[in-house]
Design a protein around this ligand. Structure first.
Ligand code: CTP
Length: 457
């Protein structure tokens, strides 16, 4: 016969408050040994909880410090509760009554007890009280504006009410129809002079530098589509300016913020496939068929698309050295580029981008013990497979998400601002330099080639 009664409970426990403490105390009083499962940040984000301000580590530490808690574990995936009931031989599963009914299925494994929730307090309430509302203005009006607004609606403490575009008529039409954005500006200086504290820039690539520069100078936090600039000097200048002005500058590379992508990096870091020797990623898009203007296409496949494979390659293998380009051109710009880079320990990165060729947009990461396969479109990472020589050992990691994935990036941007942080761990300034190195180096070489040709003439 068992001589101690084990209780288990789960939660996020962000900004630990009285409601949490009272629940845990009462849970412990149901038996002898209390296990608390703290939800991991990637798991929380994948189940739609986007605004948690404290890291998993910090939340685990706060719970560990409580006298009446005997053990703290981290909850990382959906079916873990059932696994834990058996692993820890749990007698009672306790949870607040805001979850009534949701965990009845666990009665098959243990006894489920719903405890009364403490009225008038929650992490959501504390976050709203402790952090100011961020007012964000959008720069550029185009086909993706509405998608950004739809996704931003899932992020709390963020209000978007202004937009800048030079197209006065389109602006008027948009603000008249929109339920969210009421103010349209066709003068950028006036737009920056309003009460917005942050901007999101989605304009023609060659305009990014100027828009970012002005916004940073005006003390606004900036989220901008990549590339932030089209040459190395300008990129360095922008990063230095953001630092000087003490504001946040972040590339809008949505992949970097997806729960599955971050879980993938964690697994690789833990050595699941051994030493990584090769990263291969493809991204192609026939923009012409989607009716994009020639001026957009003329930026070339490398400028338009290479940031995404570069993100994967650089996050996993680090800095790229000895970059070789196998480009195919058309009308003065590249429509396909196979980019091979060398990395620490002799590892190789292979990125294929194209706007004039269609190919499978998947990615493979190869290691000394196994490989990871991310099916197309790999940059909207939802699931990945870890495979070995022995196929029975293969694993699938599934982090489905709703919408187009922008909400994770917007949530990180707003959460960093609220917490007074100027760097993202998911996409640091040095990550941004590394990711842009490939395309900036390509532009530099192209420039030199042009000058050489001019001289020869
Ligand atoms: N809880 C409680 N009383 C409160 C708040 C939470 O009893 N006022 C309980 C929940 O029912 C759950 C546990 O504490 O069993 C952890 O809840 P969590 O979701 O982390 O806390 P919330 O404050 O509800 O967080 P949020 O507002 O982010 O949903």
């Amino acid at each position: 016969m068992k001589n101690k009664k084990t209780i288990i409970t789960y939660g996020t426990y962000d900004m630990l408050h009285e409601g949490h403490m009272r629940l845990l105390e009462r849970a412990k009083a149901l038996g002898d040994y209390l296990i608390v499962g703290v939800t991991d940040e990637n798991y929380d984000r994948s189940r739609g909880k986007l605004n948690v301000v404290e890291s998993t580590k910090k939340r685990v530490k706060s719970i560990e410090a409580l006298d009446f808690v005997d053990k703290v574990i981290v909850e990382t995936h959906k079916n873990q509760k059932v696994e834990d009931m058996q692993k820890y031989d749990v007698d009672i599963f306790a949870i607040g009554d805001d979850w009534v009914g949701a965990f009845d299925y666990l009665n098959e494994y243990t006894h489920v007890e719903y405890l009364a929730r403490t009225e008038g307090i929650s992490s959501t309430k504390l976050r709203a009280e402790n952090f100011d509302m961020i007012k964000l203005g959008m720069v550029g009006l185009g086909r993706d504006t509405q998608a950004f607004l739809d996704e931003a609606a899932f992020v709390s403490n963020l209000k978007i009410n202004r937009i800048f575009s030079r197209d006065f008529l389109a602006l008027k039409k948009f603000t008249k129809k929109s339920d969210i954005i009421k103010y349209g500006h066709d003068n950028y200086d006036e737009f920056l002079d309003t009460n917005i504290s942050a901007v999101y820039i989605d304009t023609a690539l060659e305009e990014h530098y100027t828009f970012i520069h002005k916004a940073l100078k005006a003390g606004k936090h900036v989220l901008c589509e990549n590339p932030l600039a089209l040459n190395k000097r300008e990129l360095k200048e922008l990063l230095a300016l953001a630092k000087k002005e003490k504001v946040l500058l972040l590339s809008a590379l949505k992949t970097a913020f997806l729960p599955a992508f971050n879980q993938l990096l964690k697994e690789l870091d833990e050595g699941v496939i051994g030493e990584i020797k090769e990263v291969r990623a493809t991204r192609t898009s026939l923009y012409k068929e989607k009716d994009y203007p020639e001026s957009f296409m003329a930026q070339g496949a490398t400028n338009i698309l290479s940031s995404y494979p570069s993100l994967l390659v650089n996050k996993i293998l680090g800095k790229s050295k000895n970059i070789t380009f196998f480009d195919q051109g058309n009308e003065g710009y590249d429509v396909s580029n196979l980019i091979v880079s060398k990395h620490k320990g002799g590892a190789i990165g292979i990125s294929h981008v194209a706007t004039g060729i269609k190919s499978e947009g998947d990615a493979v990461i190869s290691g000394t013990k196994g490989y990871v396969y991310i099916p197309a479109p790999w940059w909207l990472t939802k699931k990945f497979y870890v495979r070995f020589e022995d196929e029975h050992k293969s694993q699938i990691f599934n982090y489905e998400f709703d919408g187009c994935g922008l909400r994770y990036m917007i949530a990180e941007f707003s959460s960093l601002i609220q917490r007074g942080k100027r760097k993202s761990k998911m996409l640091s300034p040095s990550d941004m330099v590394g990711i842009n190195r490939v395309l900036l180096e390509y532009n530099e070489r192209k420039e030199k080639e042009k000058e050489q040709k001019k001289k020869e003439k």
